[in-house]
Ligand binder design. Structure first.
Ligand code: FHN
Length: 453
């Protein structure tokens, strides 16, 4: 039974078989080929991981999406129509002094780095990216170059250090989100699009005096594995290719193992970022030509918003995870802790539900190769090439799952979660599997197909 997988482009299949782990480690790469090889080496863990935890947490978390009787979104304000609670300062027009005074009360006594890391790990996530600094300019550590930071709060703990230690202890990679472009606290930082922007000299003052210095500080103090920078297309006035490359060079010099995402300069990421970062909750329909990641919310907001009830069902997020995997991308799922550091109950519930699915089905998304879409869902293949996984999102009602022409000779089919064997059929050069009438998992039943060696 030597057949071809229907609906898959051969080019796509062959381009995903190269082994990045064979690339040499190069820290001061010069030619583009050397840089690409070093990037492939850096990315091995990331591409195997497929699933990470994003965390938006800062001063804004304390306002929970509301301020002085107004709740986001508030259409009565000119720029108030957004659910993004981490933008509350600008969207609800909070005076700077009043917003900055929130630091006096920021004391995350319920933040438990180890519990958080274990929660992420149980959900099947392999890395965590936390907002070390978001657009408001507040640093979640005691920074030497700014007083708008954890050092100016009653909290005398090293939150990022605690997280870094817990990640290391439990084998989870650590990333920092750092808002290198927008910074509303520094006079030279970029402002929301409806406000006057700083002139270039002023931005340069911010760039050298705060952004680059704080990135160096984060590297020296915490030595994590990934930087998550944030722009979304309108950054061109300030984030020029020269500044983009200056920041990339700094990181490559000081921390050659760090991954850098494409949103360091969304409109022109250049050739030296390690992976592309999609827009918010944006999922490509095909391989975008480079490793990639989609940052995604569980509700509308990224930061904690007590009145945002648009919770996605866990199954919907599981589907997005398998879709990302099938197209060679990563799913970075966000949570917004409360200001005291605790995790909202609906978040914990969802992480655990996803973790339940991942406990059995993890091998169908992690350490896999991309294969692409099928009429009923998505294909993936184990990295070692021995198994195909059919992620069935639309369960056929006639008891037959059509596989089309499969390139490999198959030896068995089973439901991955339970091990229940299914009958494999072959007729007219096409394969199919006899399936139960009712989907064992209404969102994503994974059928494992073993390949004969
Ligand atoms: O403005 C930010 C937003 O607050 C959030 O951090 C997201 C995450 O992808 N990025 C920006 C908007 O794209």
């Amino acid at each position: 039974m030597r057949q071809i997988l229907l609906g898959l482009s051969l080019a796509l299949l062959s381009s995903c078989t190269s082994s990045p782990s064979a690339a040499p480690v190069i820290s001061s790469a010069s030619s583009q080929a050397d840089k690409d090889a070093a990037s492939a080496q850096r990315r091995v863990w990331f591409e195997d991981a497929r699933f990470g935890l994003f965390m938006h947490w800062g001063l804004y978390s304390a306002l929970e999406g509301s301020w002085k009787g107004r709740t986001m979104p508030d259409a009565s304000l000119p720029n108030g129509k957004s659910w993004y609670a981490e933008w509350i300062q600008k969207r609800l027009e909070i005076p700077d002094a009043e917003y900055r005074a929130l630091a006096k009360d920021f004391n995350p006594v319920k933040f438990d780095a180890e519990a958080l890391v274990l929660e992420a790990k149980r959900a099947g996530m392999k890395y965590i990216a936390l907002t070390a600094k978001h657009h408001d300019g507040f640093g979640l550590w005691d920074s030497k170059v700014s007083d708008f930071d954890l050092g100016s709060t009653p909290c005398k703990r090293d939150i990022l250090g605690e997280l870094a230690d817990a990640c290391r202890k439990h084998g989870i990679k650590l990333g920092f989100y750092y808002s290198h472009w927008e910074d509303w606290e520094h006079a030279g930082g970029a402002r929301p699009e409806w406000e006057k922007q700083p002139n270039d000299a002023s931005f340069e003052g911010y760039w050298k005096g705060k952004a680059l210095s704080q990135v160096s500080e984060l590297i020296a103090r915490y030595n994590p594995d990934m930087f998550w920078f944030d722009t979304w297309g309108t950054e061109g006035g300030q984030i020029t290719p020269k500044r983009r490359d200056e920041l990339i060079d700094l990181i490559r010099r000081e921390a050659p193992q760090w991954l850098i995402n494409g949103r360091i300069c969304y409109h022109d990421p250049g050739k030296d970022v390690d992976f592309l970062e999609m827009g918010d909750n944006e999922f490509p329909k095909e391989w975008p030509g480079k490793p990639w990641q989609s940052p995604a919310t569980m509700q509308h907001s990224w930061g904690y918003h007590a009145k945002d009830f648009a919770w996605k069902p866990s199954g919907e997020m599981i589907r997005l995870l398998s879709q990302c995997s099938s197209l060679g991308g990563n799913y970075l799922l966000n949570i917004g802790p409360k200001a005291d550091g605790s995790i909202p109950a609906p978040v914990t519930r969802r992480l655990r539900e996803i973790g339940g699915w991942m406990a059995a089905n993890g091998p169908s998304v992690q350490n896999t190769k991309r294969l692409g879409a099928a009429p009923w869902g998505w294909w993936t293949q184990s990295k070692d090439g021995t198994r195909l996984f059919a992620h069935v999102h639309r369960w056929p009602s006639d008891g037959i799952l059509p596989l089309g022409k499969v390139e490999h000779e198959l030896s068995s089919a089973a439901i991955l979660e339970t091990g229940m064997a299914l009958e494999l059929r072959q007729a007219n050069g096409e394969s199919s599997v006899v399936i139960p009438q009712t989907a064992p998992d209404a969102w994503d039943t994974v059928i494992e197909l073993r390949i004969k060696n």
